[in-house]
Unconditional design. Structure first.
Length: 206
């Protein structure tokens, strides 16, 4: 006889626990086009090709982005929220960010488990490409956890989070743009960490 399922919380990173890295870099460089994110462009490969083209045209390298990330902090309230979640259940961060960006922010969140992607970096420090951990990795991770007899709550804020939220046993959007809310009105959306925690608590105690 199988035991009752464990429960797991899967969260997006940028826009949920930390600010959007590319938006912060856009502000730091004064290049507004770099502010485009997965909230704006559902096609991740198209978005990354666009970003790398801009980086190369402006002679910007990995170290330039890492300097900006090093000065970033979690969103107000996010670190305490993550601590509270870890005290109640296992927490996994599923992100389309890159391991070369993430460490300073993960340290400030006390190193939750992170599944993300990897950059290809040329000897001169130029970002030459990117490697996905796997195609549609957020959804695949949620489905794999469910296959291990784990119940999953998933949440994010962007187009690339929708598949994992729909694959999960429960979930919601967090501070999603109005366009995503309108297109996916079947998915509840919360706008504060108190609302967020209350919804997850309801899942954990169901």
């Amino acid at each position: 006889m199988l035991a009752l399922n464990m429960k797991l919380i899967c969260l997006d990173l940028e826009g949920v626990l930390v600010p959007e890295i590319w938006i912060a870099f856009s502000h730091a460089t004064g290049i507004p086009e770099l502010a485009r994110t997965t909230r704006d462009e559902p096609d991740y490969d198209k978005l990354m090709a666009f970003r790398l083209d801009l980086l190369n045209k402006n002679n910007l390298k990995l170290a330039d982005i890492q300097r900006v990330v090093g000065g970033m902090s979690p969103l107000p309230g996010a670190a305490a929220f993550a601590d509270s979640m870890r005290a109640k259940a296992q927490l996994v961060v599923l992100s389309d960010t890159f391991e070369q960006f993430a460490r300073p922010l993960m340290e400030k969140l006390k190193f939750p488990t992170l599944f993300c992607n990897t950059l290809e970096v040329a000897p001169d420090g130029r970002i030459a490409g990117w490697k996905l951990r796997q195609r549609d990795g957020k959804r695949c991770a949620v489905e794999a956890f469910k296959g291990c007899n784990i119940e999953v709550f998933a949440a994010g804020d962007s187009f690339n989070d929708l598949a994992m939220i729909k694959a999960a046993d429960s979930g919601c959007l967090f501070r999603a743009p109005q366009a995503i809310r309108q297109m996916h009105g079947d998915i509840p959306c919360v706008d504060s960490f108190d609302e967020f925690e209350a919804r997850i608590d309801a899942f954990l105690h169901d």
